[in-house]
Design a protein around this ligand. Structure first.
Ligand code: PEP
Ligand code: MG
Length: 582
């Protein structure tokens, strides 16, 4: 058995026969074209580009229908690139001036572009553009030389796709017969990862070289929860994963019934469950899964697929779309831009490359330094506030002064709108995320400044334990069950209770049923999680009592290590839910 470790980008586990895709591309030869045939060669190139652009627009349409506009727009971006006159002109100029075949001219032009991107030092954004350009090259080559696209069909037997990399187009086209995929390269914020999640296909990327070690039809396991690809699994491992699959399914099917049940504990305490979203189209999904509203709208995703910062109108349209889905009375917590660090670091012009981006000018720090960026968004949020139960929330706040500065920006924007006669809700609730240890420690002071708190455990864990949330080498340190994290959460909940400030948890911890009793026992009455987790959370909440949960929390707070806390919580979950996958 051979266990490879990569980055988990889409949850779930799958066991099945491997299909190894050759995505290394084809060798393109340079061929000289007779002077009299150059125009025909250019015609051949134009025809291939037009057909590829047509494919991209068709893909945009079908993805917009099946997954939503944001996903479709990835391919609108491709279509626009195909239609880009500069790119076309560069290739055509090369065909003409060098009298070479279209395939070679295209390939050289794209390679030069990719090289320029590599040298630009623009990090993540460059990497995404690079993947898109290579995708474009493949699409056009497909038409030029009749390359067999990696087409699989829905009726094929179930299989697991293994590839060096998958382009966004290839991921979008994966049929339902694909149980999961694993790739040698790729990153957690790539379009491929985002599409895998949207299509709910378990996926692991960045595994390093493995293709040479697998043959087609070998049984492999993809564990999208832990980021593993298991080649040549032994019998006990296979049996364990088969049982995980069954447990997941057994849990998923009856869970639908919980969707419509209220999340009330056995002793009658009502818990509010909200959904986390990245795209407006997910707001409907929150309600569909039984959430009462949106507890965290990560607005920085408006920057995904964009070559320029979104305008006020674009912000406003996105917020209106969310409110249209939720209706006027459900809460929608709009978090202001959390750009920087791992989030589209190079998209806004104001973000620069930093040595230590997670400790740098990210998130609200960036907004406070860039009035225009911040005010554009705040204007749109205030304008949208008249259409529903909008609440505004500031991320990554680490000092009281920062929070006050945010409030004063908001006041300036209010005054501007008042002067312009644009309506907004004067008493828009204001909240702060608690995701930096300093904010947790000062929660008593923070509570005087805001209407609500939302604990962002994803960042709180990494900053408390000084363990990068994206670095597998320190993954064993990065643990929400660490006693230091529990103490900070308790500090925040207690401080909030003393000033009657409502408090929510919106990091991944809140979607993990292992932690539900602990969080309720610590005093939380509101959780915001990824929509697909809501039915499962409801089920657990309905099986616990606050009295029991408080006992679990009290005991957890006496423990010294994350391992002991995890054991306690898993034992507790198994006791209340014997079929839980823990
Ligand atoms: C968090 O840090 O827990 C959080 C919800 O914010 P994000 O994951 O977007 O950083
Ligand atoms: Mg965060």
């Amino acid at each position: 058995m051979d266990i490879r470790r990569g980055i988990a980008v889409s949850p779930g586990v799958a066991v099945g026969p491997a299909l190894v895709l050759d995505t290394e591309g084809v060798r393109i030869h340079r061929q000289v074209v007779d002077a009299g045939k150059v125009d025909a060669e250019i015609g051949r190139f134009r025809d291939a580009v037009d057909r590829a652009a047509g494919d991209a627009r068709a893909r945009q349409k079908s993805l917009t229908q099946s997954l939503g506009k944001e996903f479709g727009d990835i391919f609108l971006g491709h279509a626009l690139l195909f239609e880009d006159q500069l790119l076309r002109a560069e290739v055509e100029q090369r065909i003409r001036s060098q009298a070479v075949n279209a395939e070679y001219a295209l390939s050289r032009t794209i390679r030069d572009l990719v090289k320029r991107l590599d040298q630009s030092g623009a990090g993540e954004r460059a990497a995404r553009f690079k993947a898109d350009f290579i995708d474009l090259e493949k699409q056009i080559l497909g038409h030029l030389i009749g390359l067999e696209a990696n087409t699989l069909d829905d009726e094929a037997d179930p299989l697991i796709v293994l590839a060096h990399d998958l382009t966004p187009s290839e991921t979008a086209l994966l049929p339902t017969s694909v149980l999961a995929f694993a790739t040698e390269s790729g990153g957690p914020t790539s379009h491929t990862a985002i599409l895998a999640n949207a299509k709910m296909i378990p996926a692991v990327v960045a595994l390093g070289r493995f293709a040479a070690d697998v043959s087609g039809s070998d049984t492999v396991i993809v564990d999208g929860n832990k980021g593993l690809l298991i080649l040549d699994p032994d019998e006990p491992t296979l049996a364990w994963y088969e049982s995980q699959k069954l447990a997941q399914k057994a849990l998923a099917d009856p869970l639908v019934a919980f969707r419509d049940m209220p999340p009330i504990t056995k002793d009658g305490v009502r818990i509010t469950l909200l959904g986390n979203i990245e795209f407006p189209s997910e707001a409907a999904l929150c309600l569909d899964r039984g959430a009462e509203g949106v507890g965290l709208y990560r607005t920085e995703f408006l920057y995904l697929n964009k070559t320029a910062d979104p305008t006020e109108e674009e912000h406003y349209r996105a917020y209106s779309a969310v409110l249209e889905a939720t209706g006027p009375n459900r809460p929608v917590v709009i978090r202001t831009l959390d750009l920087g660090a791992d989030k589209f670091s190079s998209l806004s012009e104001v973000i620069s490359v930093e040595k230590n981006p997670f400790l740098g000018l990210r998130s609200v720090r960036l907004c406070l330094k860039n009035k225009k960026l911040f005010k554009t968004q705040l204007r749109a949020i205030l304008r949208a506030s008249v259409d529903g139960d909008v609440r505004v929330m500031f991320p990554m706040v680490s000092t009281i002064l920062e929070l006050r500065q945010c409030r004063s920006f908001l006041n300036e924007v209010r005054e501007d709108l008042e002067e312009e006669g644009i309506p907004f809700k004067a008493d828009l609730p204001i909240g702060t995320m608690i995701e930096v240890p300093s904010a947790a420690i000062l929660a008593d002071l923070m509570a005087r400044e805001v209407d609500f708190f939302s604990i962002g455990t994803n960042d709180l864990v990494q900053y408390t334990l000084a363990a990068d949330r994206n670095n597998e080498n320190v993954a064993s340190l990065y643990n929400p069950a660490d006693p230091a994290v529990l103490r900070l959460i308790k500090t925040v909940v207690d401080a909030a209770a003393r000033r009657s400030v409502s408090v929510n948890v919106c990091g991944e911890m809140s979607g993990d049923p292992t932690f539900t009793a602990l969080l309720v026992g610590l005093g939380l009455r509101q959780l915001s999680a990824t929509p697909r987790k809501i039915p499962e959370l409801k089920r657990v909440i309905r099986l616990i009592s606050v009295a029991d949960a408080e006992r679990v929390a009290r005991e957890a707070l006496t423990l010294e290590t994350a391992r002991d806390v995890t054991t306690l919580l898993k034992d507790n979950l198994r006791r209340i839910l014997p079929d839980a996958v823990v």
